[in-house]
Write a protein that binds this ligand. Structure first.
Ligand code: PEP
Ligand code: MN
Length: 362
């Protein structure tokens, strides 16, 4: 697939790192224009975002002001150097946004989950050369995200980017939507050249966590940020707790450290080469050891089968886990990581032994 890199999206776009900011929702003309005026002064910000049609969980919440806000965005374009972006969820939204000169469209998380909606948007985009951002779906399903990107790409859109905004948490966490960096990285390696923008505001749900999430996305070499900013966050009509003022945004952007992906320094390259060699050999040993472990597990399975003993031996598993965690602790390994690893190993043992048991009954 052939994606146009961010720095070539617009004639006057020089920076390859894209910063999009603006309120969760366009509320009033004054709020939109004042926020845009303040963001215009922050040189890193290139695009002004504002939700015009808001997908809300329950009816009766503020659902956006609709088409009339598109007029305010037109004014933002006239009065500032910023490009403007809105969320679209239907073909009508696409048509209206384009009619009002919106520069970038984005598909929200609640829309990405629905292939019918995405296809309707893609059909409306056919033959129109406008940049589109596709937010990840609410649930951590890489292929739902991939499918939405493919539908939009299939309509001929080449100025295309993904937005990682985190996934609905099934466990209690301090974040509103948990980032799954591994999914974003998988997407990047699946679609070479596809820009990925991070939306730490919707990940965080609380302005306190925005900076650290944004830094993490920079450390992972993502290509831009979408951060919600409002002139008066406390009184925002949607997502009040996660919005920052333009002044706070400026500080966040100043604190972020951009990493270099690759350097020409020869010493650094040699050291890296050497360490990577060692890691390659350790990984090989880990895999060989795992294969050895599997063989032993299968032997136990056969012995159990002969004597008709159940696969799961809870006491043994609990004992094993606590022994291993003590060793891991002494070795300075992260407890959560080791717990997850032991659970995976145990799951695999059970599955191997169950396969052996079931062979007898067929
Ligand atoms: C938004 O950007 O305001 C929004 C509704 O985001 P998401 O689709 O990520 O929830
Ligand atoms: Mn929002």
């Amino acid at each position: 697939m052939d994606f146009i890199p961010l720095e070539r999206w617009f004639d006057d776009q020089s920076d390859q790192y894209m910063i999009i900011s603006g309120p969760c929702s366009a509320e009033t003309r004054g709020q939109v224009l004042e926020t845009a005026k303040q963001l215009d002064k922050i040189t890193q910000v290139q695009v002004f975002r504002a939700g015009v049609w808001k997908p809300r969980t329950r009816p009766g919440s503020f659902e956006g002001v609709g088409v009339k806000a598109l007029e305010w965005l037109k004014e933002v374009k006239e009065k500032t150097r910023l490009k403007v972006a809105v969320e679209v969820a239907t073909a009508m939204h696409v048509e209206q946004a384009l009619k009002h000169g919106v520069d970038i469209l984005w598909i929200g998380a609640r829309t990405t989950v629905n292939p019918f909606s995405v296809q309707a948007i893609a059909d409306a985009l056919r033959g129109v050369d406008v940049p589109v951002l596709v937010k990840n779906p609410l649930n951590p399903d890489l292929y739902l995200w991939v499918g939405a990107l493919e539908r939009v790409y299939g309509a001929g859109v080449r100025r295309l980017a993904a937005v990682h905004r985190g996934f609905f948490p099934f466990e209690k966490t301090h974040l509103r939507n948990v980032p799954k960096w591994e999914i974003a990285i998988e997407l990047k390696s699946k679609f070479h050249g596809l820009p990925i923008i991070c939306d730490p505001s919707h990940m965080a749900g609380d302005s306190a966590y925005i900076e650290s999430l944004a830094q993490k996305s920079l450390d992972l070499d993502l290509d831009g940020l979408m951060i919600e900013a409002h002139i008066d966050p406390q009184n925002a009509l949607s997502d009040a707790s996660q919005q920052v003022t333009p002044a706070q945004l400026k500080v966040i952007l100043e604190n972020l450290r951009h990493r270099v992906v690759d350097v020409k320094d020869r010493d650094y390259r040699n050291i890296l080469e050497e360490i990577r060699g060692q890691i390659d050999s350790i990984d090989r040993t880990i895999l060989e050891t795992l294969a050895q472990r599997d063989r032993l597990v299968r032997r136990i399975g056969k012995e159990k089968m002969k004597r008709n003993i159940s696969v799961l031996q809870l006491e043994r598993w609990e004992q094993m886990r606590s022994d291993r965690l003590i060793i891991a602790g002494k070795l300075g390994l992260d407890e959560k990581f080791v717990k997850n690893l032991l659970e995976l190993l145990h799951k695999e043992s059970i599955s191997l032994q169950t396969q052996i048991m079931n062979k007898r009954s067929v």
